[in-house]
Design a protein around this ligand. Structure first.
Ligand SMILES: [Zn+2]
Ligand SMILES: [Zn+2]
Length: 78
């Protein structure tokens, strides 16, 4: 049994996610996203996919990076 560090649920199918050397215990992906998913600098949404890092900031998509003034980023290869 393990206890989710977000909601406190004691769940026998809890998962452990290691991020930057620290282990986190969650009962669901929802709680994991709530706790450790990065947030887009521009629109504030949770980054569940790969996201996009540019200029030391992280964005959910190339459009947000461009809106924030990052040049030369694109979601699709031309
Ligand atoms: Zn939870
Ligand atoms: Zn965004």
């Amino acid at each position: 049994m393990a206890t989710c560090e977000v909601c406190g649920n004691d769940y026998d199918k809890a998962m452990t996610i290691e991020k930057e050397g620290t282990s986190h215990v969650f009962d669901s992906f929802e709680c994991a996203i709530h706790a450790i998913a990065p947030t887009c600098v521009h629109c504030g949404c949770r980054i569940i996919g790969h996201g996009l890092e540019a200029g030391g900031q992280i964005f959910c998509c190339a459009n947000c990076a461009r809106e924030q003034g990052v040049e030369g980023v694109t979601d699709r290869a031309d």
